[in-house]
Every structure is written in structure tokens, then in C-alpha cells.
Design a protein around this ligand. Structure first.
Ligand SMILES: NC(=O)c1ccc[n+]([C@@H]2O[C@H](COP(=O)([O-])OP(=O)(O)OC[C@H]3O[C@@H](n4cnc5c(N)ncnc54)[C@H](OP(=O)(O)O)[C@@H]3O)[C@@H](O)[C@H]2O)c1
Length: 307
């Protein structure tokens, strides 16, 4: 069975395919995006994770139109996620409208706050005059007042950020998309989200550019044991735990091959978690100068509290 055939259910009742294609493609490779998306859809990938910030939405839109026109897939059979970037923290609706126009869609299946941060427009500089929770409040409003999003969620929220969100708003996000893999299992955050009905989504599941996690000896031992590829193990690691996983590839052969679902035993999942605790590494750790509340990532002062 392909891992792309597995579905999960969100806390609002909507279904989400367990594997989504990541689309944070290198800026210099954007001309390959349309081909990648068509190939992905033809090979049974039904979930695409994109963002206004990635710059790939216009090419994804062209691919989707082609796929609909040629009868490769129907709109209702695929799941599209986009996100609002911190540089547009006070304009979630404008960002969503731009994404919909680029994607040539009337709605997205999932709309996320990309980071709990507010940047000065077109920079990576945090603007502390603004509160990132206001972006989440606007996203809630969009869900309540338009038909442009089916589900809403957050990304890069720590337990601390979520606790504040619970205290100050009345909608629990459907998902929390964070970096997760065998070198960063974030077990406490995963358990916290599960206890609150928030589905986890794993970004950078291969360790991002160059897929360094494919070299982990334990992953390769398990690949041999289960007669699978190392990539299948890294993908199934999440699917077996009930976590959505978002691998990226621009390699058309890999897209055609897809990912096999491997039923990894609880004992082997525990070994992968233990490996992560002993060999901790966070690949996506930009220096924002802001402490987001992740215990392993103490970047300067706390946002708003100044601690
Ligand atoms: N919410 C957030 O803040 C956030 C942050 C980061 C990422 N994301 C999302 O998560 C997605 C995935 O994360 P990511 O883009 O950082 O990277 P990733 O999926 O962890 O890794 C991508 C890299 O793995 C390589 N790769 C894929 N399959 C391979 C295989 N079978 N053998 C060898 N190499 C392989 C790709 O190269 P090829 O193209 O050559 O295959 C690419 O260099 C993103 O695209 C994005 O959608 C979200």
C-alpha cells in the first residue's frame, strides 16, 4: 500500500491525506514545479503543502488547472494547504486571496499561520509592536465569514504558544505543522497536541536540502529489515504515529515511484525516537532573535514578555 493512500481526520471532521508533497522548492528550480505537480498527481499524491512565501504557487496553479482540464484529478479529490507569512501578519485575508489567485482556486483545504511571528514587511526583522496571535484571530474570522478555507491551523507553535492561543481565542487549530523527524521527535509537543485534538504535521522529514537523514544507520537497518527504502522508513515513521508528513522532491522518478507505507513496529518506532533524543538536531532554526518556546531552541528573549 502507498503511504499516500492513508487518510486522517481533523478535529473539524474534514479528512486529510497523511502524505503531502512539500513545495518549498529552491527558487532557481521553479520552472520544474509544474511538471513535478502533474507527475505527483498522476502518481496518486493527493495533498500539496504550499505557502505564499515559497513563490511556487503560480506554477502549482498552472499544474492544477492542467490536471483538472485533462481529468487527471478533480478539485474535490485533492487537498491543498497554504500559509500566511509573518511579513503579512496583519493581512491574512490579502495573503489568502493572493494565494487563491496564484493557485487558480476558490478555496484551500487548509490555511495556516506560517510562524507565530510578525515581521516588518519584506524583511526577517521581528516587529514587536504587533502580536502574532492577532494573525490567528484573523484566520478564525476568515473561516467564520468566508468559504475560502475548509480548515485552519498553525505552524511552528510550541506548547507555550499553544497554551496562550487556548487562553485567548476560542478555536483549536486543526493542525500544528512543525519540524519533526528521527533527529527531532519533539515527543512532549506531539503528546500535548494529541491530547488537545490537534493533528501534527511533520515538515523537513528528510532533514531538508540533500536529505541528510537518509544516511542515519538505524534508518538503513530498518529499511533492510522491512525490505523498504530509507525514504519509506522516514515517511512511515510519521504515518504510523498518526502524523501527516510533507516530503519534498523535484525528482520525477521519485515522484513516479511514490512512497510505500511500512507498518513499523512500536518497538522500532521507540528506537527511532530514542535515536532522536540522543542525536538531537534542528535543521530549520533561523535566528529570529525571538524565543518561540521550543525547549531545544533558545533564541534570545521571549516575545512580548521580554524574559
Ligand atoms: N511550516 C514551515 O515553517 C515549514 C518549514 C520547512 C518546510 N516546510 C514544508 O515541508 C516540506 C518539506 O521540507 P523540506 O522542503 O525542508 O525538505 P525535505 O522534504 O526534508 O527534504 C527535501 C530534500 O530531500 C531530497 N530528497 C527527497 N527524496 C529523496 C530521495 N529519495 N533520495 C535522495 N534525496 C531525496 C530532495 O531532493 P530532490 O528534489 O533532488 O529529490 C531535497 O533536497 C517543504 O517543502 C514545505 O512544504 C514547512
Amino acid at each position: 500500500m502507498k503511504a499516500t493512500e492513508v487518510d486522517f481526520t481533523l478535529n473539524d471532521g474534514n479528512k486529510i491525506p497523511a502524505v503531502g508533497l512539500g513545495t518549498a522548492f529552491p527558487r532557481e528550480n521553479q520552472d520544474l514545479v509544474t511538471d513535478c505537480i502533474i507527475t505527483a498527481l498522476k502518481s496518486g499524491i493527493r495533498h500539496i503543502d504550499t505557502a505564499w512565501y515559497y513563490g511556487s504557487e503560480p506554477m502549482i496553479g498552472v499544474a492544477l488547472q492542467k490536471a483538472f482540464t485533462e481529468g487527471i484529478v478533480k478539485r474535490e479529490d485533492i487537498f491543498i494547504t497554504t500559509k500566511v507569512w509573518p511579513g503579512r501578519h496583519d493581512d491574512a485575508l490579502g495573503s489568502l486571496n493572493d494565494s487563491l489567485e496564484f493557485l487558480q482556486l476558490d478555496y484551500v483545504d487548509l490555511f495556516l499561520q506560517h510562524w507565530p511571528l510578525c515581521f516588518i514587511k519584506d524583511t526577517f526583522t521581528v516587529d514587536e509592536r504587533f502580536d502574532p496571535l492577532d494573525t490567528w484571530k484573523e484566520i478564525i474570522e476568515i473561516k467564520k465569514t468566508t468559504k475560502k478555507v475548509k480548515s485552519i491551523g498553525v505552524s511552528n507553535y510550541s506548547i507555550r504558544s499553544l497554551e496562550r492561543l487556548f487562553k485567548e481565542t476560542d478555536v483549536i487549530p486543526a493542525v500544528n505543522q512543525v519540524e519533526l523527524h528521527p533527529r527531532l521527535p519533539q515527543l512532549e509537543l506531539v503528546e500535548f497536541c494529541r491530547d488537545h485534538g490537534i493533528l501534527m504535521e511533520a515538515f523537513s522529514p528528510l532533514g531538508s536540502g540533500g536529505a541528510p537523514l537518509l544516511k542515519i544507520p538505524l534508518v538503513n537497518e530498518l529499511a533492510e529489515k522491512y525490505k523498504a527504502t530509507a525514504t519509506d522508513i522516514l515517511i512511515s515513521f510519521h504515518v504510523c504515529k498518526g502524523t501527516v508528513v510533507l516530503p519534498r522532491t523535484q525528482n520525477l522518478e521519485r515522484l513516479k515511484q511514490g512512497w510505500e507505507f511500512v507498518k513499523i513496529s512500536n518497538e522500532d518506532l521507540a528506537k527511532l525516537n530514542e535515536y532522536g533524543i540522543a542525536n538531537h538536531y534542528r535543521y530549520i532554526a533561523a535566528e529570529f532573535g525571538i524565543n518561540l518556546g521550543f525547549p531545544d531552541w533558545n533564541d534570545s528573549v521571549d516575545y512580548h514578555t521580554g524574559v
